[in-house]
Structures are given as C-alpha cells and as structure tokens.
Ligand binder design. Sequence first.
Ligand code: N2P
Length: 348
Amino acid sequence: MKKTARGVLSCVALTILVLALAGCGGQKKSTLKVYNWGDYIDKSVLESFEKQTGINVIYDEFATNEDMYVKLKAGGSDYDVAIPSDYMIRRMISENMLQPIDFNNIPNYQYIDERFKNLAYDGKNQYSVPYMWGTVGILYNKKMVSEPVDSWRILWDEKYKKQILMLDSQRDAIGITLKMLGYSLNTKNQKELDEAKEMLIKQKPLVLAYVGDEVKDKMIGNEAALSVVWSGDAIFMKKENPDLEYVIPKEGSNLWFDAMVIPKNGKNKKEAEQFINYMCSTEIAYKNADFIGYSTPHSDARKKLPPELTSDRSVYPEKEDVKNSEVFEDLADSLPLYDKIWTEIKSK
Ligand code: N2P
C-alpha cells in the first residue's frame, strides 16, 4: 500500500518533469522587456513578434519622459528597449545610460526617411532608431469654441474657465507658455522662466485638469472645450469626434521625435535589436502608425497610409508649418530651474 503510493507519486513527478521539458523545448525561452508610452503601439504587434520569434515580451508603459528616466536611473529595472523623446535621449546618452546599437542588425533602418536621421539628439546615429514624430498643439471643440483658434493665448481666456485641459508634462506645459510669451522653449533665462511660471499659476483656476492619456476620453466625450495635446492623439480623437479640430499655434510649438533605444541595464541586446528591426518593417510600422494615429518616419509605411491622413498638414506638417517651432534640448545643469517651477505650479 505504502509502496504503491510512492510509486504513484514518483510517476506523477516524472510526468511533470517530462511535460516541463517538452513545454520549453528543453531550453529557456528568451525574453525582451519593452518600456513605451501609454497608448503608443498596436498590441497585436507584440503578439505577432512573440509568435514569429519565440521571444517572450514583457511590456510596460510610462506617461512622461521624466517618469521613464526616474525608473531607469534608479537602476532596478532592466528594460531592453525604451522609447523616449529627443531631449531625453540626449540626456541618457550624456549620462552613459544607453548601449550603442549595431545597425548591421537593423537592415530595415533603410526605410527611415533621411530627414529623421542625424538629428541633434543623436548626431552620429549611434543610439536610436526613430519611431514616431509630431508636434504639440491645441485640440478644441468647434461646438464650444466659435472664435478662430490660432494662439496659445486662448488657454488663458476667462471665458473658458474649467473647460481647459493641460498636458501633465513639465517640458510641454512650461514650453508652450514660453512660446506664447515669445521665448525659446529651451530658455535658461531665470526672468523668462519666472514669467512663464507666473502665467501658469494665473492659468490654474481656468484649468479643469492636468491630464495624460485621459485627455482622449474627455475630449471625445465633449467634457472640455480646449486641450493641449500631442498631434497623434489629436488625429485619433478627431476620428472619434468630428467636432474636434487641431492647430499648431502661430507663436510656434514643440516639434518632437520619439525613438527606440537600448538602455544600459538591458540584458538582451540581440533580442532588442531584433525587435527594433521588426518595428521598422514596413508592415509593422504601418500597423502601428495606422492604429495609434501618430506620424511615422518610415517612408514606405507612410505611403501605405490613407492619403487624406498624410496630406493633413497638422499631422504631417511641412517645413513652413513648423517654422516657429523648436525641438526640446537637454537642459543639463539648468534642469533644476524647470523642476522647481513645475513643483511650485503643481502645488499651488
Ligand atoms: C502617446 C504618447 C505620445 C508621446 N500616449 C509624445 N511624444
């Protein structure tokens, strides 16, 4: 009786062992950890990558460049691919937080339009592969705002008290205020920054909320009249609610580029490069751009998108549409000035 029980037990143990070995083909499955903005990919792309390569993808999201930076800098994470913006990539390069990419492993890089290569944030093209690009602008509801919208000033108009949504992102909020005041959004001048701070504090009673991805539900649901948004989200919202319109204000704005990088702490460089290359295949780049609404730097994927989208100059602006706009630079030693202002504004 005793013997039989032991026999059954060892038989069960053996079966489990055999199944476990069969399940992973006798070897450990490789993994890839990806860190991206919220709502910034067609998730079916992750599944198809897993299926095609057998690599298991762990996918996490962040809401701002600053959140992403803090998590990576803390050192406890080991993401293999992250997708920050230009100025943050510059900062991460200068702080030795990224691994150089072996472009021999990214043959699909050839499809990235030359306009998006050798940009100042990664001048020698060693660390990043462009993913999406765009602008910051005002998305407004034509039923709630009847006057023409062409200036950031409208976000300070008492008439729209509690109908304004501001981007909960320090570079963006301070940046558009600096542009409204006629200053550079990369200024390090204390007087100009103080002026921007005062304006943002003055604006606070008019602001319904500081938001991230929630802006989409709110604007689509007609809960606010005006919002500061990134261009690709504007496209998505315009599709869902035809009363919405997007403009790049005349004072100029921020022109930005988000790109894929390989953080220093990542342990799977080979898989990371495989993933980046996959994201740059025409089919996948098209799928992502079509799904999220953002502008793709991929020349062939762009050709596959509906012409009414790619000819919309608020999404695919021409040079003259962004002539007053600037790309964010890494603020380096002056960053604490911005951090301090932002804390003061948010705590008022
Ligand atoms: C999408 C975030 C877009 C990033 N939720 C803009 N740089």
